[in-house]
Design a binder for this molecule. Structure first.
Ligand code: NAD
Ligand code: ZN
Length: 257
């Protein structure tokens, strides 16, 4: 976890532990003082915080599903070419995430909000789609990249929460990360479809894929933190770039709150 100190505000990013540790400062006392006086605190989190809960990151160990690099399936092109394969991948990810529990990192952030929420504005902005911040109890959450348990109709665009497992019969017992299985033979017509009368469009995971823009509404919410400059543009690159844009980082332990 790294901490960026800025006057009156605090931006906390949980990621890139290895990179941050080489830039580490031992000025915990200063961090505590800033934390105490800050009125507006934003936690940023990415795939790294959930790795400890057992959810693989895309580029780390376990970043492959079958023979595919996971990130290659998280694209609109992959869905257009083979929606069944992408649904198998997301069905697998939904099953994995459903079995995982928040770890002490998620819980520390949620507890901090519970303790100090009444007197400070505390927001969690996450790139994660696994729902673990919510499961830990975080209330003020912006999910920049959507959520594994939401679907969006490709025709009418309706977004719905869907925690069914499997999400459709055809995906039952599918999605195993077996490298011998290539592609998907599930016909598109049996994939999840919109139930809205007169629509029937193919549903897709409500996830911001590589190559897509963040939703305007989500961007506006995140953009409300205009006193912490450039959060949104930085978030879509890599957290470690923050370390070059802001001046002071401190690596802290997860239970220091
Ligand atoms: N849990 C999730 O919801 C999840 C997981 C993977 C990918 N994604 C989606 O895919 C996008 C791309 O993912 P990404 O770029 O974050 O993945 P990534 O693999 O590129 O980055 C993960 C980062 O976490 C760090 N990390 C790995 N293990 C860690 C650990 N145990 N503790 C702390 N840090 C650790 C890695 O060093 C890496 O920098 C995300 O923005 C998200 O939308 C979500
Ligand atoms: Zn529809």
């Amino acid at each position: 976890m790294c901490i960026t100190l800025k006057t009156g505000n605090l931006l906390v990013s949980y990621n890139f532990i290895k990179i941050m540790s080489v830039r580490q400062s031992s000025d915990i006392a200063k961090f505590r003082d800033t934390l105490k006086s800050a009125k507006n605190i934003v936690f940023l989190s990415g795939a790294g915080i959930s790795a400890e809960s057992g959810i693989p990151t895309f580029r780390g160990a376990g970043g492959f599903w079958r023979k595919y690099q996971a990130s290659a399936l998280a694209t609109p092109g992959a869905f257009n070419n083979n929606p069944s394969l992408v649904w198998e991948f997301y069905h697998y990810r939904r099953e994995v995430a459903a079995k995982c529990e928040p770890n002490p990192g998620h819980k520390a952030i949620a507890n901090y909000e519970k303790l100090y929420g009444p007197e400070k504005t505390i927001t969690v902005i996450t790139q994660n789609v696994d729902g673990l911040h919510t499961k830990a109890g975080t209330k003020n959450l912006i999910e920049l990249h959507g959520n594994l348990y939401k679907t969006r109709c490709t025709k009418c665009k309706e977004v719905l929460t869907n925690t069914d497992n499997p999400i459709c019969e055809a995906l039952a017992n599918r999605g195993a990360p077996d490298v011998k299985v290539v592609g998907s033979d599930i016909p598109v017509k049996v994939l999840p479809h919109c139930k809205k009368p007169g629509c029937g469009g193919l549903l897709r995971p409500h996830i911001v894929w590589f190559g897509e823009s963040l939703e305007t509404e989500v961007l506006n919410k995140a953009g409300a933190f205009n006193s912490i400059s450039s959060i949104v543009s930085i978030m879509t690159i890599k957290f470690y770039i923050l370390s070059y844009l802001f001046t002071q980082f401190i690596v802290i332990s997860k239970d220091m709150f």
